[in-house]
Design a protein around this ligand. Structure first.
Ligand SMILES: Cc1cc2nc3c(=O)[nH]c(=O)nc-3n(C[C@H](O)[C@H](O)[C@H](O)COP(=O)(O)OP(=O)(O)OC[C@H]3O[C@@H](n4cnc5c(N)ncnc54)[C@H](O)[C@@H]3O)c2cc1C
Length: 406
């Protein structure tokens, strides 16, 4: 292999070019990104950047310009890769330039799913994906402002917590019964919902949005499906992402809810790979999954690069993510098994606990709340799907390490 083109200059793309050079690849590397920025980290966008956009927004970058120059990465920013040219074995940029490559990595991520409702193009309705989105939202979060959050997945829940911290009046609308239910399960979703209420969020769970009243291009009121009206100054919508699969589809690469890759991160075209939020791969727990986590974008991109370089790769890992809301550091590894049970170690009331989600006796998920020190072992328990008795898991005097039997 003499040349690689990476499409998508964010976390997966940034980590991929870094891994290529770290692995000693000396060939030509081109990194193409639609955003005007060098690769940066998104997690602070719903946290630090909202709290203090002026200082935090400058500290997001994986590397500075100098690093890319020193590592001979040809970075093309603010330009879209328009198509994959299978005949020429390369990609076409929006301006028509063809860049040929022996291998291509698709790290195109996802874009916010849009609300399909009248008024959704109003000036005070925001989605949060990019640095620029975060800067715009930050400007609206002044003390006393009425902020309506539509969708209480991880992004909505974090923006709600950040807005509370800044003194805003926050109303959270979520059609499910609690926030982050898909990620944490119903029991801890309800617990998190209660934490939001304790911190002053006006929660409207189990409710959907039916219409939005727009005055002078701005939403002034939102109507819920029980007929109630919610007045607002700013609306932040977090209803998931849609994977950017058009390029792959256009080239006839197999797609479903993402670009389908094997355990080497290889698509249905042998020299084209995919990684990060856009890639759909065999799940650790069976079936296929598209992970939307920082850890996966970094590690899967590294795995894809190793496979390109001809190394043996067998990437199939349980998801791991973290979230910071109010005084809670939440971390989760694995999944919430259907019909499983939950064993808790620590004190939920004290906001310091670890929960183990078991399928039969096997640990398939670990949640830590303000107990990050348990996550290192927790991840290994999940990776091994270790069997553990409930009385051992709940026993605070038994070190988790002892369960590993190493
Ligand atoms: C606000 C926010 C907070 C988050 N917080 C956490 C957290 O606390 N913990 C956690 O684990 N995860 C978190 N995440 C998730 C994590 O940041 C993502 O999983 C990660 O950024 C995915 O990286 P990616 O490179 O795969 O995709 P993306 O970040 O979506 O990057 C893809 C890039 O490709 C570009 N692109 C797409 N199509 C083209 C094209 N045709 N040509 C050129 N460029 C193209 C896009 O413009 C984009 O810049 C958060 C995400 C957001 C948005």
């Amino acid at each position: 292999m003499h040349s690689v083109v990476v499409i998508g200059a964010n976390l997966a793309g940034g980590r991929a070019v870094e891994s290529l050079r770290n692995a000693g690849f000396e060939g030509r590397i081109t990194l193409v990104g639609e955003e005007p920025w060098l690769p940066y980290e998104r997690p602070p966008l719903s946290k630090d950047v909202l709290w203090d956009s002026a200082s935090a927004a400058d500290n997001l970058f994986l590397h500075d310009e100098r690093w890319y120059a020193d590592n001979r990465i040809d970075v093309r920013l603010g330009v879209r890769a328009q198509s994959i040219d299978l005949t020429a074995r390369g990609i076409c940029l929006a301006g028509g330039e063809l860049i040929q490559a022996d291998c291509i990595l698709l790290a195109t991520g996802g874009a916010p799913r849009k609300l399909n409702i009248e008024g959704a193009d109003a000036k005070n309705l925001h989605y949060l994906r990019t640095k620029d989105d975060a800067t715009r939202i930050a400007a609206s979060l002044s003390a006393g402002a009425r902020i309506v959050i539509v969708g209480m997945g991880i992004i909505g829940a974090e923006v709600a917590a950040s807005a509370v911290k800044l003194g805003c009046e926050v109303i959270a609308i979520e059609p499910l019964a609690a926030p982050m239910v898909r990620a944490l399960g119903p029991q801890f979703g309800r617990w998190l919902g209660a934490e939001h209420r304790k911190n002053g969020v006006d929660t409207r769970f189990g409710r959907g949005v039916t219409s939005m009243k727009v005055c002078n291009g701005r939403i002034s009121q939102i109507e819920l499906d029980n007929g109630s009206l919610v007045a607002c100054d700013t609306v932040v919508v977090g209803v998931g992402i849609v994977p950017n699969i058009e390029l792959a589809k256009g080239a006839g690469i197999a797609t479903a809810n993402g670009i389908i890759v094997d355990r080497e991160c290889r698509t249905s075209h042998s020299y084209i790979f995919a990684a990060g939020d856009v890639a759909e791969q065999e799940s650790f727990f069976g079936g296929r999954i598209r992970q939307e986590t920082y850890q996966n974008a970094s590690e899967q991109a590294h795995a894809a690069v190793m496979a390109m370089l001809g190394q043996k790769v067998d990437y199939c890992r349980p998801a791991w993510f973290w979230s910071d809301q109010f005084d809670l550091n939440i971390q989760f590894c694995g999944h919430v098994p259907v019909n499983g049970d939950v064993v808790v170690r620590g004190d939920v009331e004290e906001k310091s606990f670890t929960a183990f989600f078991r399928s039969g006796p096997a640990i398939e998920g670990v949640l830590t709340v303000n107990r990050a020190q348990d996550m290192g072992i927790g991840r290994r328990l999940v990776e091994r799907r270790l069997y553990a008795a409930a009385e051992h898991l709940s026993d605070r005097d038994l070190a988790l390490r002892e369960l590993l039997n190493d």
